[in-house]
Design a protein around this ligand. Structure first.
Ligand SMILES: N[C@@H](CCC(=O)N[C@@H](CS)C(=O)NCC(=O)O)C(=O)O
Length: 223
């Protein structure tokens, strides 16, 4: 096992793991990383993760913390650099839009794992397009969500937008059709070095294969 202060247990493609990893890269926090297989979880995971999910952050080789946003907030509170707005109202609003990002990730997970028919899938894509259109009105002139500073909310949406190439192979609609700001924002996020480094180079290929291995309508489309 690692002797580092921070050791993250993750999965190569998981957006929630990326959220914690991008946070550590942005804050300059050294860490070790162990990726597991979700369909063949190691026995020791259940001792660390009460939900059986990743990410888990092992702190000082003793304490296991779970839930990606909690992990990211803990890391920034424990460090020297802010990764959230300093104003309480702005911070609250960022947390609300992060929760909104989690809801979009839930719909994406539904498409990857659960939808069984084209009708269900079209409905799910419509939901994402509608949520993106609402989000578009919240985004600043750029380059990031609230302006020039890359913050936790940017880390969260970088992982949401990373699904777009794979979703583009499945959807018959352009999910960003009504979203000029999201188009620009997603482009800026994709080029951020922490975002690039949080996943393997072959992410898009690996994600396509991961989706094809499920038992959903999307999986059948990709096979
Ligand atoms: N709310 C959790 C979600 C974590 C999550 O859903 N992780 C997925 C991988 S992307 C997982 O571990 N799934 C395994 C399972 O559900 O058994 C967080 O933010 O950390």
């Amino acid at each position: 096992m690692s002797t580092s202060q921070f050791h993250i247990i993750g999965h190569e493609l998981c957006p929630y793991v990326q959220r914690a990893v991008i946070t550590m890269l942005e804050l300059g926090i050294p860490f070790d990383r162990t990726d597991i297989e979700l369909n063949n979880k190691p026995d020791w995971l259940s001792k660390l993760s009460p939900t059986g999910k990743v990410p888990v952050l092992i702190v000082d080789q003793t304490t296991a913390m779970f839930e990606s946003t909690v992990i990211s907030e803990y890391l920034q509170e424990n460090g020297a650099q802010a990764f959230h707005p300093s104003d309480a109202l702005d911070r609250g609003l960022h947390r609300a839009w992060i929760a909104y990002g989690d809801q979009i990730l839930d719909v994406i997970a539904t498409i990857i794992y659960r939808t069984q028919t084209e009708t269900e899938q079209v409905e799910a894509f419509g939901k994402i397009a509608g949520m993106f259109a609402i989000l578009d009105k919240q985004v600043s002139e750029g380059p990031y969500f609230a302006g020039s500073q890359f913050q936790l909310i940017d880390a969260v949406y970088a992982t949401v937008f990373r699904f777009l190439p794979a979703l583009g192979l499945l959807a018959t609609m352009d999910l960003l059709a009504a979203c000029p700001r999201l188009r620009r924002w997603s482009h800026a996020l994709a080029h951020r070095s922490s975002v690039v480094s949080a996943v393997p180079n072959q992410f898009d290929v690996m994600l396509r294969q991961f989706i094809a291995d499920q038992s959903s309508f999307a999986a059948a489309q990709l096979r």
